[in-house]
Design a protein around this ligand. Sequence first.
Ligand SMILES: [Mn+2]
Length: 347
Amino acid sequence: MSAVVEIDKQYREGAARLWPLIARARRIISPFHINSDPDAVGSALGMCHLLTALGKEIAVYASDGDFPRITAFLPGAERIVRYGEGALPEADLILALDSSDTGRLGKLYTANAERFAVGPTVMIDHHVTNSRFGVAPDGRDANFIDSGAAATAEMAYLLARAWGLPITPEAATCLLAGIYGDTLGLQTTSTSPRVVRVVADLLAAGANLADIVNNFYRSRPFPTVKVWGATLDRAEWCGGVVWSQITPEMLAEAGAGEGESGGVINFLTGTKDARATVLLHRGEGEWRAGLRTLVEAVDVAAIAARFGGGGHRKAAGCRIVGDEAERDSFLREVDRLSAEQVAVAGG
Ligand SMILES: [Mn+2]
């Protein structure tokens, strides 16, 4: 197979900087973030296949013990370790992909914080807001961040190529799943010429596109259909913001697990004339908020950052501690801040 994408200087340098840490590790732990998505799971599994082929032992960990059901078909998903609590087993390297900060690793991080601090911890990520927690044993930087990448899986592919690793069909499927997840099937504005070239390479390497499209966009469990229905039914306006919420009661009623509501926010985001969209997940004493927008002038990452969160310009998230009152004042702030952004842009 002849590859289409060029490996640029940034990737050659990043690959050269990280390789010694990966090369000398025999046992690797690769945790992916809480409330994981296909990019988190696909990046970790893709890298797992590539490095396993080099004779390394890799354990991929779901930091909150779960991962989306739509990613269960991915080759190697049956090997994902569901983290519960306590100390991680011995390893020579922690390889974190798609986690913008240690908070994204939940209890897996807090229960093993000193392990992360001592390193080696390699972090590879594409989020604009990033805490750069990767560290080499000598204290040197072990982060590789490219906010121009549409997905961490795109980065993983480019690094793998720079490292000269053969891309197996299994790895290609996992990495393509990550890209399809974060770009909604090459539909988001983050879809660059480069990521399309990466997709071409992954297809040529034998990635199973039909499985990805069917699992991500066509097939969904009946409980998910019911959660979508309840969430859409509950949608309302707060000024120019369309919002809805998913509570444990709604999930229970539909017979759905926490990971089975995914995707409905992208549907809500299509609401005509919405300046921004917010989907709130009810947790214990807090709300997990996902923010989206289709409006050019609106930057939801900047809004989420005001609440200690972050993400991308068009898709971001944060946590709101409190009850309905805090939820409502948060929604009013999203309305106010997004209106302000539009006004500043002269819209
Ligand atoms: Mn991602």
